[in-house]
Design a protein around this ligand. Sequence first.
Ligand code: F0G
Length: 476
Amino acid sequence: MTTRSWAEPWKIKVVEPIKMTDRRDRERAIRDAGYNTFLLRSEDVYIDLLTDSGTSAMSDRQWAGMMLGDEAYAGSRNYYHLERAVRDHYGYEHLIPTHQGRGAEHILSRILITPGDHVAGNMYFTTTRAHQELAGATFHDVIIAEAHDPASEHPFKGNVDLGKLGALVDEVGAARMPYLSIAATVNMAGGQPISLANLRAVYEFAHSRGIRVILDATRAVENAWFVQQREPGQRDRTVAEILLDMCRYSDGATMSGKKDSLVNIGGWLALRDEKLAEKARNLVVVFEGLHTYGGMAGRDMEAMAIGIEESVQEDHVRSRIGQVLYLGQKLMDAGVPVVRPIGGHAVFLDAAATLQHLPRERFPAQALAAALYVESGVRAMERGTVSSGRDPRTGVNRTPKLELVRLTIPRRVYTQAHMDVTAESVIEVFRKRDQVAGLEFTYEPEYLRFFQARFQPVGAPGIFGEAAMAGAAAGA
Ligand code: F0G
C-alpha cells in the first residue's frame, strides 16, 4: 500500500506578503537589536518562528465572528458565548476573562499565595513563575528527570515525579502549598506532554493533602492529542473528550488563548470554587477590566469562543502537530541536535550540544538564535540561561540543564515549503557552528530579562560579520 502525503486542512483566502532580506541588512539589524531576536522589527524577518503566541491565522468563521462583537461595557453576549465554550470544552464552571495568560496568572497568584508559600510545578514557565515569585512564593520544579535530558525519548516528559513532590510536601508542609502549578504541555521542556494517568495521580495525591491543582491549559489541546496517540487505552477517544477529562483533574486553570485557541489576543482564569471565583472577579476589575470582558473587546471574546471550537477538531490538531514533526524530522535526519521527542508547538534546538565551544556564560542559545537570523532571516527564540534569569534571593544566574533555541510554529500560517526552507537554514548554521561567537550582556533588565536584554559578541565576530566589528568599534 502506498502512503499519501498529508496536506494542510485549509486553503488560503488572504495572503500577507513576506520578503527575503539580504545578509548585510540582517547583520546590521541584529546588531541594532542587541543580538536579541525579541528586539528585531518584524519587517526585517523572513520566516517568523519567534512564538506561536498570538501569531495564528484566524479562520473565515472567526473573522465573521469579529463582526458580531457586542461592545457593551457589561454583559456582552460574546462573554456568554465564551463562557459556554469554556464550560463545554474545558469543563470549568466560573470564567474570568483576562487580557492574556499572564493576566490570569497575576490574579491567581494574588488570591492564593501568601508570602513565604511554596508552589511546585512540572518545570516552570517564565511569566507564571514570575507572578508566583512576585506574590512571595518560592517555586519548586518537580518534573521527572527525563524532562531535563534532551535525548530522552520518554513519551510523557511533562510528568510529575511523585516522589519528589511527596518529599517537598513533607519538607515544607501542605499548609504552605496553596496549589500545584501543572502545565499541559510543558513549554520549557520542549512542548512535552503530561499523561492522563500522571495528572490523575498528581490530583489524587494533592487532594489527599489538601492542596489544589491549577492547570496551565495554554496548550492543553496539544497535550490531549499526545495522550490520544501515546497513552494506552486512549486511541479511540476524541481530542475533545480527552481534554475535558484532563481538566477534571484540576481545580481551575489559567489560559493564554493566544496559542491553542487560535486568536491574536486574550486569555482567562477559570475556577470551580464559587468563593475563589468571587475573589478573582473582585481583583479582575482592578487590573484587567470588568469581569465580563477582562481586557478583551467583545469581538476578541467571540473569536476566541469560535477558536476553542475549531481547536479541538481532529484534522486541525493532527496537521498542526504533524507540521511541527515534519520540521523536526528533517533536522533529526540531518543530525542536528534537537530535543526528543519532537513537541507540540515547536522544534527545540539543543544549543549546548551544538555550540560546544561556548560556555554557558557566553549564552550559546542566545548566540545560536542570533546566528540563525543572520544566516537566513528565520527568527527563533532563546530558551535557556537568559530566559531562566537570576534567583530572586541570591541574585545568582540560574543555569538550567536545557540550553535551547525554540523554532515555534504559528498555527495555520506557514506551509510545508516554509518548513523546508527553515530546515535548510538551520542545517546551514549547524554546518558553520564553529563560527558562532559567544555573547555578553550590555543591558540586563530586572524582570523577564530575555524580552529586552541587549548583548554584544565577545572576541572574533565570526558569523555576525562586519556589522558586529563596526558595532564594537563604535562601542554599541
Ligand atoms: N503559560 C505558558 C505555558 C505559555 O507558553 C505562556 C506564553 C503563558 C503561560 C503566558 O501567556 O503570553 O498570553 O501572557 N507563552 C508565550 C511563548 C509568550 O512564546 O511561549 P501570555
